[in-house]
Design a protein around this ligand. Structure first.
Ligand code: UD1
Length: 436
């Protein structure tokens, strides 16, 4: 896989998107499943792996550890029988949040693991305290030394883990440690996202004993060894939702192949309430142009609620709804920074620190601007925009696709971390985009 160059997108707005687009495999499942391969004593083959930046970085990381890695036409084969080191190189520290998930698998393999601290050892935004507390409860000793988390454990043991919040990453981390730990691990108040379910399916295929019980509880009985397996990654429900919003807002007609209704239930409910027509079929979902968009009140939540990564494209949709909409972000304290650029393009969005439009969340009485009031419809004008993060990136693309004039978008490697061939796909639907 080639490394992406620093590029700029030039997007001329006003073209309706029409045709068919296929959703790639889910980034948030594939990257974790590549890590799970570290637990096997024979090669693991994954199909439908997206060709994106985060997969490339994860594969490079596994190769640096000594794994034999091949990746062609969406199929990755990982063979870790000759793993040579328990140390993840410092270069991987700020690229994504995958290194922290390697602690359990490397501890099983070497009794020791060294992971570069994600942006230094201080616990700031997007902390990893749940991860470290849980692994310590499972018998790991973890210290921070010269910018690395250094973990040791002769043998991880099962434990009862009560997560303070159903964190996706912490649930996955405990799972990856528990499948080969001595005894049973129970994760309460755990995350149950479809991507985690897919990881559990792979782990079971590798020989793990893993079960989802009632009330967000995973029960995992440790086994001595895991074998190789072949698995197909689920389609990316965030990419699917992004294309659906782009189709609706440009007044187009797009069949989003492989979008799965079961993974998109709460998103599709919101789409229906806002007035976007869609037809869900077994092989995908077709979205057509809405007559008029209605304002709605939305609250993000952990699965099966409205996913926080759908929030950014959905806010774009609400900028064109007739009236006042409210979006209450309850998963992250600071996920509306991207709206400043949309306001410059003509959107009317105001941010508030109160919990607006729903039940109070854990950010009540904090000064986090985590509620947005959006007034529409507002025509957007082209602008020069720099992308701050992955999901905001696709929203800026959508904004440019409906804006009057030609927009210039920089920082596009953020989008390419998570969206496979995004420009190729948008152009095949009729978008006018130049890449320089
Ligand atoms: C994953 C997804 C991301 C998605 C998020 C929530 C990947 C690669 N990324 O991120 O796209 O938006 O789930 O669905 O799968 N928290 C703590 N302490 C911890 C861990 C988390 O306080 O130790 C907090 C976070 O700050 C955040 C909340 O828990 O406010 C949820 O985070 P988490 O579910 O862990 O997100 P990620 O796994 O990082």
């Amino acid at each position: 896989m080639k490394k992406p160059h620093a590029k700029t997108y030039y997007v001329r707005g006003g073209k309706p998107l029409r045709g068919e687009v296929r959703v790639s495999g889910a980034k948030n499942a594939a990257t974790k499943e590549l890590v799970a391969a570290l637990l096997a004593d024979a090669p693991v083959t994954l199909h439908n792996v997206p060709e994106i930046g985060d997969v490339r970085v994860t594969l490079e990381m596994l190769a640096e550890l000594g794994a034999k890695v091949s990746f062609e036409n969406g199929t990755a084969v990982i063979d870790v029988r000759r793993l040579k080191t328990e140390k993840v190189a410092e270069a991987f520290s700020r690229k994504n949040r995958i290194p922290i998930l390697l602690l359990g698998p490397l501890l099983h393999r070497f009794g020791k693991a060294m992971i570069p601290a994600l942006g230094g050892c201080t616990i700031g935004a997007r902390p990893i305290d749940f991860h470290l507390d849980a692994l310590r409860k499972m018998g790991a000793s973890i210290m921070c030394e010269k910018g690395f988390y250094v973990a040791t454990a002769k043998k991880l043991k099962g434990a009862i883990i009560d997560l303070p919040f159903p964190s996706v990453g912490a649930t996955e981390n405990v799972m990856l440690a528990a499948v080969k730990a001595k005894g049973t691990t129970i994760i309460r108040n755990a995350a149950v996202e479809p991507e985690i379910m897919d990881l559990a399916v792979l782990l079971q295929a590798m020989g793990a004993i893993i079960n989802l019980d009632v009330n967000r509880t995973w029960v995992i009985e440790g086994v001595d060894s895991l074998h190789g397996a072949e698995h197909c990654v689920i389609p990316d429900r965030i990419v699917a939702a992004s294309f659906m919003v782009a189709a609706a807002l440009t007044g187009g007609d797009v069949f989003v192949r492989d979008a799965r209704q079961t993974d998109l239930l709460s998103f599709l409910n919101a789409l229906r309430r806002v007035g976007v027509p869609f037809e869900a079929r077994e092989d995908g979902i077709r979205v057509t142009a809405p007559k008029e968009l209605q304002p709605v009140v939305i609250e993000t939540d952990v699965h099966p609620g409205f996913m926080t990564d759908w929030q950014q494209p959905f806010v774009m949709l609400l900028t064109q709804a007739k009236g006042v909409s409210i979006v209450h972000e309850t998963v992250y304290e600071d996920r509306f920074g991207y709206t400043d650029a949309l306001v410059k393009m003509g959107a009317k969005i105001q941010l508030h620190s109160e919990c607006l439009g729903g039940k109070p969340c854990r950010y009540i009485n904090h000064d986090y601007r985590h509620s947005a009031v959006i007034v529409g419809p507002t025509p957007l004008k082209a602008a020069e925009i720099a992308i701050p993060d992955l999901r905001a990136g696709f929203s800026y693309l959508i904004a440019a696709l409906i804006a009057k004039g030609k927009s210039k978008i920089t920082g596009v490697e953020q989008i390419e971390r998570g969206y496979e061939d995004v420009i190729g796909k948008l152009k095949s639907l009729g978008a006018e985009i130049e890449v320089k």
